[in-house]
Each structure stands twice: as structure tokens, then as C-alpha cells.
Design a protein around this ligand. Structure first.
Ligand SMILES: Nc1ncnc2c1ncn2[C@@H]1O[C@H](COP(=O)(O)OP(=O)(O)OP(=O)(O)O)[C@@H](O)[C@H]1O
Ligand SMILES: [Mg+2]
Length: 239
């Protein structure tokens, strides 16, 4: 990841991704059959699709959290699954921010500590990490809630802590799974406003899985996961 990629190389590219799971009867269930996706630097991409079609599965594979049975994911031209586990770990820590569907916050740590965690894992200076984490929590409207543990925060507040955490390492790529699923209309709009600002100011790339067609419509590009494949969507038909 040290060489600079050619400007023609997409930030992330998934080619012919296949993924199956075993169901309870030990039968293989194919979720992704031939998923192909190109994501350019600065993209603001939405992924829609019915429940159970494999959106979370795809997002986990794009971020190197789960391996496909076949196919490749290239980050700046490098095949991430062909490298060592150490490479994958550093790829995730340095380049990717995740906002998970069910937050995945650490219940024994308060909001501030949760936000700081990925940066401390990356061995950054604790003092500057703390200042940055406080700034991010303030930016997502949680200045007064920094010392609260997840169990004493609402779903929407947890979602915002998760967003702040995903930004702490200033990632090139943010993968967000239903980030507004637990937010009310105003909080959803605030969240999307923040996403647009980060996208415009820092060229940060966002891939957002959503069931909200309104949200999908507001993004620059939307694709649909259907029958294990990625299909383009005419955004004018979304509303
Ligand atoms: N670890 C697993 N073991 C077995 N089956 C799994 C596993 N993870 C996902 N699945 C199955 O794969 C399918 C796709 O799941 P996934 O969570 O990717 O769907 P989704 O599109 O994100 O759905 P939703 O919109 O409801 O979040 C589902 O049928 C799910 O039950
Ligand atoms: Mg999901």
C-alpha cells in the first residue's frame, strides 16, 4: 500500500465475488454468486436490496472483514486477500472505517473510549487521539454524552458514536451498514449532511447500505444487490 496507485486505478474493486453460508440443515446457501463492483475515490455510493440479499455480507468482504470463497477485492490495485493477515489488519485499521448495522460498540467502555479505540490499536499518540475523538463526538452532537457507556445511550446515539469511531483514523473508505436505520428524520438528515461534507471536504469515499430509497436517491450513485449480483439502478426510478 506504499506505492502510489495510478490515477486510473479504482480505489476499490470487487471482481466475481462468491460467498455461501451453510444453513442449519448444513446445506450450502449461495448469497453472492458473481458480485462485481468498482468504487472510485470520492464516490458516494448507495447499495440497496431486499433483506437477506447479502448487503452486509458484501460490505464485510469489501472491508476485508470476511473472505469470499472465490473472487478478488483490490484496494488501490492490490489484491487484499492474496496478502498476509497482517496486511489485512493494517488495511482495515489505516484505510477503512466501518459503521456496523448493530453498532458493535464495546459495552464496558464509554463513548469517548470507543471512538479512541481504533486509533489506540494503531498506536497513535493517546493525547492527540483524545482531542480528535472529542472533536468528532462534538461534531456528531454528542458533546454531553462522551462519558456514557453504550448501555445508557439510545440507538441513534450509539449509531453516532459508531460514526465518530469510524472516522477516527481518517479512513479513505467508509463502509456504513444501515447507518440511519435507528435515527429519526432530523438525525438522519444531519448524518447525511455530515457524510456529504466529509465527502466534499476530504474526498472521503462512502459506501452506504440502506433500505431508505430517499437516502439512496440523495447519493451520487446507487446499485442494487439482487440474486447474488450487483445491478445498476436508475436513480430517477427510486422515488
Ligand atoms: N455467518 C453466517 N452464517 C450463516 N448464514 C449467514 C451468515 N451471515 C449471513 N448469513 C445469511 O446470508 C444471507 C445474507 O445475509 P446479510 O446479512 O448479508 O443480508 P442483508 O442483505 O444485509 O440483510 P438485511 O437487509 O436484513 O440486513 C441471509 O440469508 C443470512 O441468513
Ligand atoms: Mg444487513
Amino acid at each position: 500500500m506504499n506505492e502510489s496507485p495510478s490515477p486510473d486505478v479504482p480505489l476499490l474493486e470487487a471482481r466475481h465475488i462468491k460467498k455461501s453460508f451453510q444453513n442449519q440443515a448444513k446445506k450450502e446457501v449461495r448469497v453472492l454468486s458473481d458480485a462485481n463492483l468498482e468504487i472510485g475515490k470520492g464516490d458516494l455510493l448507495g447499495i440497496i436490496g431486499a433483506s437477506g440479499t447479502g448487503k452486509s455480507t458484501l460490505l464485510h468482504i469489501l472491508g476485508g472483514l470476511d473472505r469470499p470463497q472465490a473472487g478478488q477485492v483490490f484496494f488501490e490495485g492490490q489484491d487484499i486477500f492474496s496478502k498476509s493477515n497482517g496486511f489485512l489488519e493494517s488495511f482495515r485499521n489505516r484505510h477503512v472505517g466501518f459503521v456496523f448495522q448493530f453498532f458493535n460498540l464495546l459495552s464496558d467502555f464509554n463513548a469517548l473510549e470507543n471512538v479512541m479505540m481504533p486509533a489506540l490499536i494503531g498506536h497513535r499518540n493517546p493525547g492527540s487521539v483524545r482531542t480528535e475523538a472529542e472533536r468528532l463526538l462534538e461534531r456528531v452532537g454528542l458533546k454531553e454524552r462522551m462519558q456514557h457507556k453504550p448501555g445508557t445511550l439510545s440507538g441513534g446515539e450509539c449509531q453516532r458514536v459508531a460514526l465518530a469511531r469510524s472516522l477516527i483514523n481518517n479512513p479513505d473508505l467508509l463502509l456504513a451498514d444501515e447507518p440511519t436505520g435507528n435515527l429519526d428524520a432530523k438525525a438522519s438528515e444531519d448524518f447525511m449532511q455530515l457524510v456529504r461534507e466529509l465527502n466534499e471536504d476530504h474526498q472521503q469515499t462512502f459506501v452506504i447500505v440502506t433500505h431508505s430509497l430517499k437516502l439512496a436517491q440523495s447519493l451520487n450513485r446507487t446499485v442494487q444487490l439482487q440474486e447474488g449480483e450487483i445491478r445498476n439502478v436508475d436513480r430517477d426510478l427510486l422515488l
